[in-house]
Design a binder for this molecule. Sequence first.
Ligand code: UD1
Length: 368
Amino acid sequence: MTNFIHVVGARPNFMKLAPLYNKIAVSSYTQKIIHTGQHYDAQMSDIFFEQLKIPQPDYHLGIGSATQTEQTAKAMIAIEQVLLNDKPQAVIVYGDVNSTLAASLVCSKLLIPIVHVEAGLRSGDRTMPEEINRIITDRISTLLLTPSEDANKNLIDEGIPANQIYFVGNIMIDTLVESLKIINNHLIFTEKAQKVINSINGESYILSTVHRPSNVDNSQALKKLFSVFFEIASDKHIILPLHPRTKKQLEDLHILQDVPEKFHIIQPMGYFDFIHLQKNAFCVLTDSGGIQEETSYLNVPCLTLRANTERPITIELGSNELIGNDYNLLFEKMKEIASGDYKKAQTIPFWDGKTSDRIVSVLQSYFG
Ligand code: UD1
C-alpha cells in the first residue's frame, strides 16, 4: 500500500510539494503524486517540476480550465478513481487552490486521512474562492500543519481540536532557502525575458504580478490598475510576468495598445528566474499570497494590491503592506522605499528551511 499520495494542481502548489516529497523520498515511506492539471501550460507547471527536481506525477488527470465548480467537480471525479484503486494510508494536500478542496472532499467521503500543509490561513474575505477552499479543507482535515502561529489561533477559534494542529512553519521557505544557494548558476531566462533584462541595463525595477479575480475580472478595476502601472512606468521600469488569466482580460479589453517603454510584459517565469528578479527588485507589487511571504523572507518591500491578506504575519514581521486600490498610498509607500524609510523585515519563527523535517516528524508520530 502507498503510504502517502500528494495532490497538486496549480503553480503555487509545486514549490510546497518539492521539499516534502524529497524528504519523504529518503524515509521508509512510499509516496505518489497526483497532478490534477488545473495548471497545464509548460511555464505554469512543467518548468517547476524540472527546476525543483520533482519526479513526473504518477497520475496526471488533465482537468484544465473551467468554472470554479466544474473544475472542482471534474477533479473530484478523477481523484476518486485514483484513490479507490490506490487506497493510500493518507493524502497530503497543499494551500488553498481548487485541486486542494477537490482532493479533501473526496478523501472525506472515502475516509482517507487528510494532511493539510499550510492550514489555518484566513483572509476573512469569503468572496475569495481560496478562502472557501481553506475553510472547508481545514474543517475536514485530519492533521493541520500551520505556517505561522496566527493560523493556529484561527483554527482553535473555529473549534478544531488542538491535538490535530501542528505549527511546523512555512514549507515554501524550504524551497526558497535551497534555491537561493543555486540560483545564480541556474538562470534560464527566455529570450524575451533576457531581452528585457538587457534593456533595463542594471537600472532599478519594480516586479509585479496580478491574477486575482478581484483585480482582473472587474474591467473598471483592471483599467484603473493599469493606468496606475503606466503612470509609474513613465519613470521606473516595471516587469510584469503575465498570468494567462490576466492576459486574456487585458486582450479582451484592449488595455495593452499603448504601453510605455519602461513597462515590460513577459511570459510567466520559471521559479529560479522569478526569485532572482524578486531578490533584486526595488519593490514588488502583487496580489499573490506566496509572493508576500517570499518578499518577507528576502526583506524586499512588497506592496500588496489587495484589501486583506490571509498572511498577516508578513505585515506584522515581514516587509509587506496592504495597498488595496488606494493608489495614493501606493505612491506614498514607494517614496518611503526610495528614501530608505520603509520598514525592514524581521525573522519569522519557523521560516527557516526546516519545515519539511518537522512535517516528516509529525507524520512519523501520527502514522508510525
Ligand atoms: C489559481 C488558484 C490561485 C493561485 C493561482 C496561481 C484557485 C481557486 N485559484 O488561480 O489560488 O494563486 O492559481 O497561479 O485554485 N490558464 C492557462 N494556463 C494554465 C492555467 C490557467 O491559460 O496553465 C488560464 C485558464 O484558462 C483560466 C485562467 O488561467 O482562464 C485561470 O486559471 P485557474 O486555474 O482557474 O485559476 P487561477 O486564476 O490560475
